[in-house]
Design a protein around this ligand. Structure first.
Ligand SMILES: Nc1ncnc2c1ncn2[C@@H]1O[C@H](COP(=O)(O)OP(=O)(O)O)[C@@H](O)[C@H]1O
Ligand SMILES: [Mg+2]
Length: 325
């Protein structure tokens, strides 16, 4: 088996050989690009490196790779939303939304139904593009690159920005194939690599122990809570750097919901997470920063603790204390 690697440069993921591995590696050290590098050796060893998270499997690293990666990125904002305005036809659904989001944080988007939270969330991986009449002004920068720039390929963007929906939506395929899906559609054929990725993703999604003996079973045979964790595993299998979650636990029982919350807290070591939630306790438990939306405006955006204990705006206070919404 010839050496292979999957690498990502400024949002573009490519499959290449050992030469490219070295080329990419040399580039990383000179720039602040996001790089995910999966290197496969002749002996089918797999190495994953990401500047977001440091080295994942340092014991398997060959000596030609340094043991640590300078991480200039973490000092920059992961995401910036600049003067974002959106319309559905004539309806001005989001007004002048400005936000800065740091790497490896959880941001909760809260506010009454219909205030534009889902619309806003869907901007980050351009899911609204499919909606007729949708129009946007302003910029969304992820790693300093506008996601609406002409040279951004949507499928590449969606690899980088994963999404988990309110209702678990596994494919009617085996548990294993659900998680392997993203790799397969991206042309990965290396069996061992796929197996390792599936296992790692299921472990990260806190589902491995429950499914490791029935990976070939249909995903639809799992409980709702397990299905949602499977969808999280599927989303993270292709190593996105941002994960969007739209009310990921609102359709689940309290125990499953608590598991998802715990998981979100753990996942932020690796990902930058945006979560829409109607559950104020959940927002206060899982998030670092909270953004309160009302009628298409970002009323207040601050540290979660401040929002829930000492909000500056009366509308925020009224909402979090349940006086409306
Ligand atoms: N595809 C669409 N076409 C037209 N209007 C829409 C569409 N999706 C949402 N809206 C409207 O935009 C507003 C914000 O919706 P949404 O982003 O789903 O809010 P939230 O997630 O906060 O409940 C609502 O008034 C909703 O009716
Ligand atoms: Mg919504």
């Amino acid at each position: 088996m010839a050496p292979q690697c999957i690498y990502e440069t400024a949002g573009r993921k490519t499959l290449g050989g050992k030469k490219q591995v070295n080329e990419v590696w040399n580039n990383i050290q000179e720039s602040e690009m996001t790089i995910t590098l999966n290197k496969m050796e002749e002996e089918k060893k797999i190495v994953s490196i990401s500047t977001d998270i440091g080295i994942e499997k340092s014991d398997e690293l060959s000596t030609e790779f340094p043991k640590s990666i300078p991480n200039k990125e973490t000092r920059m904002n992961k995401i910036e939303s600049k003067n974002v305005n959106c319309w559905y036809g004539d309806f001005h659904v989001l007004r002048d939304i400005n936000m800065e989001i740091k790497h490896n944080t959880v941001t909760a988007l809260i506010g009454p139904s219909g205030c534009g939270k889902s619309t806003y969330l869907r901007i980050f991986n351009r899911m609204n593009d499919l909606i007729e009449g949708f129009r946007l002004e302003g910029e969304i920068l992820i790693d300093n690159k506008n996601v609406f720039a002409k040279d951004v390929a949507i499928n590449e963007l969606r690899k980088k920005v994963g999404m988990v929906f309110q209702k678990p939506n596994p494919f009617p395929k085996s548990i294993f194939e659900n998680v392997a899906y993203g790799l397969r559609v991206n042309g990965v054929t290396h069996k061992k690599f796929i197996e390792e990725t599936v296992e790692r993703s299921l472990k990260q999604a806190a589902l491995w122990d429950e499914v490791k003996d029935k990976l070939t079973k249909n995903a639809l045979s799992l409980s709702g809570g397990q299905q949602q964790r499977l969808c999280i595993a599927r989303a993270i299998a292709i190593e996105p750097s941002v994960v969007l979650m739209d009310e990921p636990s609102s359709a689940l029982d309290p125990i499953s919901s608590a598991k998802i919350e715990e998981l979100i807290w753990e996942l932020k070591a690796k990902y930058t997470i945006l979560i829409v939630t109607h559950n104020m306790q959940q927002a206060s438990r899982v998030s670092d920063r909270t953004a309160f939306f009302y009628l298409g405006e970002l009323v207040e955006y601050d540290d979660t603790k401040t929002i829930f204990t000492n909000p500056k705006k009366e509308r925020t206070q009224n909402y979090i204390t349940g006086r409306f919404g």
